[in-house]
Design a binder for this molecule. Structure first.
Ligand code: PEP
Length: 254
């Protein structure tokens, strides 16, 4: 598939996998995906598996991501993880503002903006998640919600930082539900987000930013989703937990 921007497909393992299970998964992915050059492939294990997974993928085309990070540097923040700690394991990407964190940890756009600034300050790349709930979509508030989240969580970034930021459009109603947005719904939301980035920065920056789709992506729908002009990859939850399904999502997207 000939895309304007290089595809980036990331697996968010969430709170799953022991170290041994995580190693099994990445060993399988390494074998399956060794020849893939067209896609930036990212695995995001829980913090507890970062060290071992990092060593296991050292000589591969898999890159490492974390699922969250503190907005603060080292210090008295019990239970938190700082950028410098992630860098020790060659982490390249950090997922921020996932809807589960917005819901359960009450993360706000302002907090996500601070975290995004800290991620960039450490020369890591944030994957910033945005997306509407079902009630918001059904009451025609999708664009309003995306406008607030995109502006609120990306507002402090420089132009250079924005280009190195990935945005993940994840309609909350499609996450872990088996319900995928239609390709048209995904394309419309992605085009809207890109138009917002053009207003906040400019057209040339907006054209460079990769926007992933997330929400029940599976091998059977990845090709159609990735064929949309403004869909530049996927953030995958459930289907990223098995070698077969994650590898097929990637292979079917090329
Ligand atoms: C996610 O949590 O980011 C996600 C998209 O999950 P799933 O693929 O399981 O819907």
């Amino acid at each position: 598939m000939n895309k304007e921007r290089k595809l980036i497909i990331a697996g968010n393992w969430k709170m799953n996998k022991t170290v041994a299970e995580g190693l099994d998964l990445v060993h399988g992915l390494k074998l399956e995906l060794a020849s893939v050059k067209e896609v930036d492939i990212v695995v995001c294990p829980p913090f507890t598996a970062l060290s071992e997974v990092s060593k296991a993928i050292l000589d591969s085309n898999l890159r490492l991501g974390a699922q969250n990070m503190s907005e603060n540097g080292l210090g008295a923040y019990t239970g938190e993880i700082a950028a410098g700690m992630l860098k020790e394991f060659s982490v390249r990407y950090v997922i921020l503002g996932h809807s589960e964190r917005r819901q359960y940890q009450k993360e706000s756009d302002a907090l996500i903006a601070k975290k995004a600034a800290s991620v960039h300050a450490a020369a890591l790349k944030p994957i910033v998640c945005v997306g509407e709930t079902l009630a918001e979509r059904e009451s025609n508030q999708t664009e309003q919600v995306l406008d607030t989240q995109v502006r609120g969580s990306l507002c402090g970034l420089t132009r250079e930082q924005m280009v190195e930021t990935v945005v993940a459009y994840e309609p909350v109603w499609a996450i872990g539900t088996g319900k995928t947005a239609t390709t048209q719904q995904a394309q419309d939301a992605h085009a809207f987000i890109r138009s917002l980035l053009a207003k906040m920065f400019d057209e040339s920056i907006a054209k460079k930013v990769r926007i992933q789709y997330g929400g029940s992506v599976k091998p059977s729908n990845s090709r159609e989703l990735m064929s949309q002009p403004d869909v530049d990859g996927a953030l995958v939850g459930g289907a990223a937990l098995e070698v077969r399904s994650f590898a097929d999502i990637i292979k079917n997207s090329i």
